[in-house]
Design a protein around this ligand. Sequence first.
Ligand SMILES: [Zn+2]
Length: 273
Amino acid sequence: MKSILNPKFSALCPKSTTFTPFSLPSQFPTRFSFTNNPSRFPNLLRRNPPPFSSLIRSLQTDPTPPPSGEIHVIVGPMFAGKTTSLLSRIQSETASGRNVAIIKSSKDTRYGLDSIVTHDGAKLPCWALTNLSSFKLKFGVDAYEQLDVIGIDEAQFFDDLYEFCREAADHDGKTVIVAGLDGNYMRRSFGSVLDIIPLADSVTKLTARCEMCGKRAFFTLRKTQETQIELIGGVDVYMPVCRQHYVNGQVAIEAARLVLESQKTQCGSHTHT
Ligand SMILES: [Zn+2]
């Protein structure tokens, strides 16, 4: 299975040439110097250049700097349109002639494993993987080289998200667009999604509509009594809610859970008597 979209575009539009941000004419002095205004800086600085002067020099003279990629993160509660937003960005990259691939977690089998489908029905081919580190080999090293953009959906399910995104953007020059839940049903950080915020060029937090009152919804309320963190489900299990209805809902669900537990205990004690 190969999910490069519109490969004909990539053939017509080769990867853009590498931009060298620090290139300078060879006669330009590469040594970092404060001598233009000696009164502002102690002589110590001029006699013993600070360690970063050698770093600046190496940046100026490095003939092959690594290609520069990008990381864009889309977060929000369930039903906020994260996958729709991801697919829309991917489609616009494809329309610009860029070579793209989409990865999703193999844990989510609700819509089949070979395609990604939004709640409103849009559908694109994708790779369903258990971890991101296997992507390069499975996709093919040569095909990976040709990729410009990698989309990752349901990013909260990938434990190696940080390492993959850093490698892809910093060293491989890829644009990585990541969509995932920032918080779980307990409003705690979910997986590694928040860990990649310091790596990101941009972060977008989307909102849904509160199912109870129609206001903007920032959180995902689990309607059932299950307590494991990873529980794949749709509208049967989850609903988007505003802050007020999240708090009210949690209270109601906790009360229902306690009633159920006490009933179970009573049933259990009956069977022993
Ligand atoms: Zn509400």
